[in-house]
Design a protein around this ligand. Structure first.
Ligand code: AMP
Ligand code: ZN
Length: 465
């Protein structure tokens, strides 16, 4: 039984997809005005684990991830600069070049982290028509109003369940914001559906609309795109924990205002990666990218391993020491995998099923990866099982961990253990001195260790069984 925490109820609930056996999943994607930082990547890793757990439970998954390539302002209060235009000025490229470049970099990052790509990538700039249509529907139902020279806004007081998921204190917010309520907004929580281009300035990314030339609000993008690709009712919608209060609250309001019914069954949010100094933030300009981690000598999969040490709803502290710990653990695991692969023994025991059950219990308990990792290590150490059985279990679990255990095992380029290398070298010498009896003994000895030696015209070659 798969249990997943639902932000709507603040409880772990038994997961049941709308269509048996099939899961519809939308994950809020990157805003492509800069590289993703390793905090952002923690969220995508959590979503990848979620997807892999669904697959491990024999569910099919239709996964949609968007690329926010317009409309995200530097302030959640609908003020500040639009991030693509800002980056365009910073880098002296067009906003379109910026979007393409960072979207490609993002895709590279997730590949390096073994994150399974979504079934559908969708870009906000490819869905302007759907976004305008959604704003029109909201207008027709009386949910919107225009602030001249600013934009079209959603009137949150008209949507009775506004802020339910985030448990917003609407009255408190109103009281607190009375003084600084930004010009023209009817309620402090109202948000932009469509922003107008400045009168005296042509933006690089702008489109005509019934209300004036401009660009979509960030929230309407995700509502329109998820609706276009997954429909008016789907299973799971994810993002980082910072999305609960504003982005997802607003997505729910505008979508359910149009459809008049419940939109998403499960909302899931990943906690933040924390730096010693505090929150990692893209807009603050100070952040660590995956490339900067690689440049310091870490395999990207070490970062993946590192994030498995915390359950996704707990904060995770990043430090180089902690990353070294993950590096060390991954190195040890690789050595064990190679050893299991080189020293083939087979021995079954009832503990095999026990490990499988413990693993499934852990991942199905709201993706408890730290416990799942401890099961992995229990398998590594379990001598009631042969190396063959242990490797088989590890490869099975790796459908969720995504570390690349099968690849490590399969790599024929793994150097020989020193004592085997000594035997291989000794056999080469024996052949050279035409001592065929000795070379045959050594061949048999090596075979017992899982090493096959063959004589080729170029000399002796070895490979693992
Ligand atoms: P953005 O590209 O800014 O839209 O953010 C991409 C994703 O990263 C969103 O789901 C955010 O909630 C998430 N996020 C932002 N900062 C962090 C952090 N420090 N740790 C984990 N996730 C984060
Ligand atoms: Zn979103």
């Amino acid at each position: 039984m798969l249990k997943l925490f639902n932000t709507l109820s603040r409880k772990k609930e038994t997961f049941k997809p709308i269509t048996p056996g099939f899961v519809t999943l939308y994950t809020c994607g990157p805003t492509v005005y800069n590289y993703a930082h390793i905090g952002n990547l923690r969220t995508y890793l959590f979503e990848d684990i979620l997807k892999r757990v669904l697959l491990y439970n024999s569910l099919r998954v239709q996964h949609v991830m968007n690329i926010t390539d317009v409309g995200h302002l530097t302030s959640d209060a609908d003020t500040g600069e639009e991030k693509m235009e800002l980056a365009s000025r910073r880098e002296g490229k067009t906003a379109w070049q910026i979007a393409d470049f960072y979207a490609q970099e993002f895709k590279k990052d997730i590949e390096r982290l073994h994150i399974l790509p979504p079934n559908v990538w969708c870009k906000a700039t490819d869905h302007i028509k759907e976004q305008v249509a959604l704003v029109k529907q909201l207008e027709a139902k009386g949910y919107s109003y225009v602030i001249p020279a600013d934009g079209v806004y959603f009137d949150t007081s008209k949507f009775k369940d506004y802020g339910t998921m985030a448990k917003l204190d609407i009255e408190g917010l109103k009281a607190g914001a009375r003084v600084e309520l930004s010009a023209g907004k009817r309620n402090p929580t109202d948000f932009a559906l469509w922003k107008f281009s400045p009168k005296d300035q042509k933006r690089q990314m702008e489109w005509p609309s019934p209300w004036g030339t401009g660009f979509p609000g960030w929230h309407i993008e995700c509502s329109a795109m998820s609706r276009a690709h997954l429909g008016d009712h789907f299973d799971i919608h994810c993002g980082g924990i910072d999305h609960i209060q504003v982005h997802h609250t607003n997505e729910i309001a505008q979508t359910e205002a149009v459809t008049g019914k419940k939109w998403v069954n499960w909302w899931m949010h990943g906690e933040f990666l924390i730096l010693d100094k505090g929150k990692m933030s893209k807009s603050a300009g100070e952040f660590l990218t995956l490339q900067s981690v690689i440049d310091r000598g870490y395999d990207p999969v070490v970062y993946r391993y590192f994030t498995l040490n915390a359950q996704y709803r707990s904060k995770l502290n990043f430090s180089w020491e902690a990353l070294d710990g993950a590096k060390h653990a991954w190195h040890n695991l690789q050595e064990k995998i190679k050893e299991f692969r080189s020293h083939h023994t087979t021995k079954e025991s009832s503990s095999s099923q026990k490990h499988k059950d413990a693993f499934l219990d852990a991942i199905n308990d709201d993706l408890n990866m730290p416990v799942a990792l401890s099961v992995l290590w229990a398998v590594v150490k379990d001598e009631t099982l042969g190396t063959h059985e242990r490797l088989h279990l590890l490869e099975d679990f790796d459908r969720v961990f995504g570390l690349g255990i099968a690849e490590v095992a399969a790599a024929q380029a793994v150097p020989l253990e020193p004592h085997l290398k000594a035997l291989v070298d000794e056999r080469a010498k024996a052949r050279k001195s035409r001592d065929f009896t000795r070379s045959d003994v050594l061949r048999k000895q090596l075979l017992e260790h899982g090493i096959i030696v063959e004589d080729s015209p170029d000399g002796q070659v070895w490979k693992r069984v």
